[in-house]
Write a protein that binds this ligand. Structure first.
Ligand code: HEM
Length: 253
């Protein structure tokens, strides 16, 4: 189910980016104020309020208890994600790619950034955690085999002499180049060769885990970022609606 959600969300985000880039080839200055343009704008704004409703439900315990009796938080998050992408798509269609005012440009840019930050947090962070978990499991398996191999080597000190010259950094590097490295570590390889290949594989895995953990740390602040820019977005959206009603109705009168 999560895989299906991820595919649909990715497709919608790609569609949103393509629609956003549409301003390079298309502009319709009067569309936003037309009946269809207005309907798209209002529908987009209403959908963009769904994530705000999610926040209120999540953070007001009595409301959360009442709502989750009928709908799970997981389902509410899925609504948040879909409404949070489809709303900005309708918002983009509403613009007719007319980006004349600073408010309009800022609102459109923020809409896209909020969606992208949500997408990164929801799917890429999960991916990082999954990859780190899988690599740690692999590392634990290799450490086990390495300990057995080290035990074998300890029982045959003459074999340790074979790998001792490869203990330094440069000789280690040369050893790695000279020794052919088939995929995996065959159990039939001699203990010194196995120890060498295992230590290389473990070092590679440790490096990959550290890199993924560093990425995860960099993105750890994503939710704070996502919430803060969401509120700036709601502020600008309210201003945009107020400007539309104030000036629109003034001219109407
Ligand atoms: C108009 C677009 C969006 C707005 C205004 C918005 C706003 C918010 C807000 C205010 C929160 C904080 C909820 C809380 O923890 O109290 C939040 C959380 C979150 N958002 Fe969005 N969001 C939008 C789109 C998206 C999209 C497109 C995705 C993913 C594809 C997404 C994924 C998430 C996730 C995973 C959380 C954390 C949920 C949790 O931990 O309970 N958001 N969003």
């Amino acid at each position: 189910m999560k895989e299906h959600d991820r595919l649909v969300a990715t497709g919608l985000v790609v569609l949103m980016v393509i629609l956003g880039l549409g301003f390079l080839v298309h502009q319709s200055p009067r569309f936003a104020g037309s009946a269809w343009g207005g309907a798209l704008g209002v529908s987009g704004a209403v959908l963009m309020l769904v994530p705000l409703a999610y926040l209120v439900i999540k953070r007001v315990p009595p409301l959360k208890r009442t709502v989750t009796r009928r709908v799970s938080m997981r389902t509410l998050l899925a609504w948040h994600v879909y409404a949070g992408i489809v709303g900005p798509i309708l918002g983009l269609l509403h613009t007719g790619h007319k980006f004349d005012s600073q408010l309009g440009i800022a609102l459109t840019a923020l809409m896209v950034i909020v969606v992208l930050s949500g997408f990164v947090g929801r799917y890429l962070m999960g991916q990082f955690s999954q990859t780190i978990r899988a690599k740690k499991e692999m590392l634990t398996g290799l450490e086990l085999v390495y300990r057995q191999t080290a035990g074998e080597l300890a029982a045959h000190p003459e074999q340790v002499a074979i790998v001792r010259p490869l203990a330094g950094f440069w000789s280690r590097l040369m050893g790695g180049l000279l020794l052919a490295r088939p995929a995996g570590v065959p159990a039939t390889a001699s203990a010194p060769v196995r120890a060498l290949r295992l230590s290389e594989s473990m070092a590679d895995l440790e490096y990959a885990i550290k890199t993924h953990e560093a990425f995860k740390r960099w993105f750890a602040g994503w939710l704070k970022f996502h919430i803060i820019i969401s509120f700036v977005l709601y502020g600008l959206l309210a201003l945009h609606i107020w400007v539309g009603i104030y000036f629109g109705l003034r001219w109407f009168r």
